[in-house]
Design a protein around this ligand. Structure first.
Ligand SMILES: [Fe+2]
Ligand SMILES: [Fe+2]
Length: 397
């Protein structure tokens, strides 16, 4: 019986790898992409018909099905690739639906993209996508060969944080924004938020002042996605809002670092330069990628107040996009929750009070109401974590 499953498993893994390659080339919903995913899914179902709880391990050169190495796949290049993206073990729990399979594929793709950015491979932690569990494995050397322990589910934002750091460096150095990587970060965060049954808001805590841009972008991305989901938007919009949150301050890469990193209050002429970051950000995004028009709008509008205050300045009242209103609230929340050189972090209730006080004048009333409600309800699901010390680059914000 067991040997009959092997050819099916090989066919599944090959079509799975082909589908991953296709997904890097074609956008969501493209027929070519859909048919490759269909193919891999059909082959997975064939495997699951023989063994519903099929488990694969990718250990360098070796691919193991259950406890048995698959000879034919020795040296298969994807085994190495999956392992270095932190996917050393892949286990199917119950019958997998087409939808579950596709969202699992997108998460794998995000991890592959992120790991390609790492100079030194690191463990991005385990994950889960519905009935599909994956992650790294601990290997105990036993007399009868390696025994694979069940992956432990843990959350780490290490890879996402360093990808964002790199993204900002690229935007600073070159003209172009690396769009695929920005989307990979968003997808990866979106699935980290849904790793378990209940939603999780994984927020980063700042450790050094020069990490501000990275942690802030990541947090605003997570909060904006949480809020978008809270107000009932669909998965695609949630991710678009997330990308907008991730890139809202990208214009700061055009602000001289003496101003950006100044410890004290800014002088009026410095403030004027700093306040150009929304316009600069919108420019960077539009020049890089037409598809990101929502992110460009949000970068442009995220400091505009309901009462016409803020910046950029207008002679007439401007009704901002819903995404800008949501990101505005998330932006201020995260900024006030963070230690800055000139002020200590505020406790959450104080920040929520601040937002409510200015609801309808500074902040959009509906966005504020939704945000405060979301934070009070999802409070237990906020996971504040620290990244390990990242590479010591020049301070950015
Ligand atoms: Fe900003
Ligand atoms: Fe910001």
């Amino acid at each position: 019986m067991h040997s009959e499953i092997v050819p099916l498993a090989i066919r599944f893994l090959n079509t799975f790898a082909q589908a991953l390659s296709t997904m890097t080339l074609y956008p969501d919903g493209h027929p070519r992409r859909e048919s490759m995913v269909d193919d891999a899914y059909a082959n997975l179902r064939a495997v699951q018909e023989m063994d519903e709880r099929a488990a694969f391990s990718f250990l360098g050169d070796e691919v193991v099905l259950g406890q048995r190495p698959i000879r034919e796949l020795r040296g298969w290049e994807w085994s190495q690739r999956l392992a270095s993206a932190g996917i050393q073990r892949l286990q199917f729990e119950t019958e997998v639906s087409r939808e579950e399979f596709e969202s699992f594929m997108t998460e794998v793709l995000a991890r592959l993209t992120l790991s390609a950015l790492q100079q030194a491979p690191s463990d991005p932690g385990a994950g889960a996508s519905g009935p599909i569990r994956f992650g790294s494995v601990g290997i105990k050397e036993l007399a009868e060969g390696p025994e694979i322990e069940t992956a432990t589910i843990a959350l780490s934002l290490e890879d996402e944080a360093s990808a964002i750091e790199w993204l900002h460096e690229e935007a600073e150095r070159k003209k172009n924004l690396p769009l695929a990587e920005a989307e990979a970060v968003v997808r990866s965060l979106a699935s980290a938020m849904h790793g378990d049954q209940a939603i999780v808001l994984p927020l980063l805590q700042i450790r050094r002042y020069d990490e501000y841009t990275t942690t802030h972008s990541l947090n605003v991305c997570v909060l904006a996605m949480g809020l978008a989901e809270w107000v009932g938007l669909g998965a695609r919009d949630v991710r678009a809002f997330g990308t907008a949150g991730l890139l809202h301050d990208i214009g700061k890469t055009r602000i001289p670092s003496e101003i950006l990193n100044k410890a004290g209050r800014l002088e009026p002429h410095e403030r004027e330069i700093m306040n150009r970051h929304p316009v600069e950000g919108a420019k960077i995004i539009i020049e890089s990628e037409e598809k990101l028009d929502l992110a460009a709008v949000v970068a442009y509008e995220h400091h505009i107040m309901v009462n016409g205050g803020g910046y950029p300045k207008f002679d007439y009242p401007r009704e901002c996009h819903q995404a800008s209103k949501l990101v505005h609230v998330c932006d201020v929340y995260d900024a006030l929750r963070t230690n800055r050189p000139y002020r200590a972090a505020w406790p959450a209730p104080k920040v929520l009070g601040y937002l409510e006080e200015r609801s309808g004048t500074e902040f959009d009333a509906e966005a504020t109401r939704a945000f405060v409600k979301m934070m009070s309800e999802w409070e237990p699901q906020v996971a504040v974590m620290e990244t390990a010390a990242s590479s010591a680059g020049p301070p950015k914000a």
